[in-house]
Design a protein around this ligand. Sequence first.
Ligand SMILES: O=C(O)CCC(=O)C(=O)O
Ligand SMILES: [Fe+2]
Length: 312
Amino acid sequence: MSSRIPTLDIRRFDTDRDAFVAELGASYREWGFAGINGHGIPQADIDAAYGVFKAFFALPEDTKKRYHVPGGGGARGYTPFGVETAKGAKHFDLKEFWHIGREIPDDSKYRDVMPPNLWPDEVPGFREHGYGLYRTLDRLGSKVLSALALHIGLPEDWFADKTHYGNSILRPIHYPPITADDIPNVRAGAHEDINLITLLVGASAAGLEVRSKQGEWVPFTSDADTIVVNIGDMLQRLTNHVYPSTTHRVTNPPGEQARKPRYSVPFFLHPNPDFLIDVLPSTVTPDNPSRYPEPITAQGYLEERLREIKLK
Ligand SMILES: O=C(O)CCC(=O)C(=O)O
Ligand SMILES: [Fe+2]
C-alpha cells in the first residue's frame, strides 16, 4: 500500500458498488482513514455552517462561558479552552469547541443520556446551519457504514436500526492562534476517536496527521471538497480490530503559520445508547480470536472514555 491515504468518490457506491466497497474496505483496513468526495454536500452549506461557528467563537469569553454546562461532560453547548486533554497526555489541547447533539422528543427513552441542545442567542442562524450540517453528515455517515457493512459480509442496512437514535455529536472546533513560543501543548494530542466513525469537515487546513501501521506520522491535508472519514474505537471493538481505530493528532504549525487560527468540524457518529457492542462473529478467526469476550453498551463505553479525556 502506498503511503498516501486514498480518497474515493462515494457516488461509486451506486454506480460501481463492488469495486468501491473493496477499495474503501482496503483503505480502512490499512489506514483506518479515507477521504470521501463526490458527497454532494453544497459548499455553500458548509460555508454557512462555518460562518455561524466562527461568529460564536469570536464572542467574548464571558458570553461563551454562559453556554458551558458544569458537570455536563461537554455533551451540549460550549467547552472552554484548556479542558480536553488527550488520554494519557500531560498537557491540555489548544482548542475550544461546541457540541450539537441529536434532537429527540422529551419523552424519548434516551432523554436522560441525550439532553436538549443549547443554542447561542447571539448568533442568528446557528441552529439552522449547525443542525443542517448535523443531519447532512448523519446521512453521509450512514452511507459509509453501509459500505463498511458490505465489506465484512453484513447486510447493507445492518447499522440502520442501531444508529437511527445514535448519540452522535457535531463538534465545531476553534484552535486559536498560538502566541507563546515553546509551549508543550499541541492543538490536539495523539488520540483515537471513541465513536463508530468520524466525518471531518475542514481537514483542508493543514495540521492533521495520521499514524501509519509502520508508526510514521502521515499528514492528511485533504482537498476542499473532501470529507475525511475515520474509524473510531467502538467500530474497532465491534469488528475485532478488522477496522482499526487509528491514532491521529493536530500539530502546531511552524513559524508565523502558528499565529493563524484553525477551524474544523468533526461529526462523531455514535450508535444508539443501548446498542450492545459485542464482537461480530464474522470478524473472529483462528488468526484473530475475539479480543473482547465481554460486551458493553455504547453508553457504558462512552462514559468510561469521557472520564479518561477529562470531560467527565
Ligand atoms: O481538527 C481536526 O482536524 C481533527 C480533530 C479531531 O481529531 C477530534 O476532534 O477528534
Ligand atoms: Fe479525532
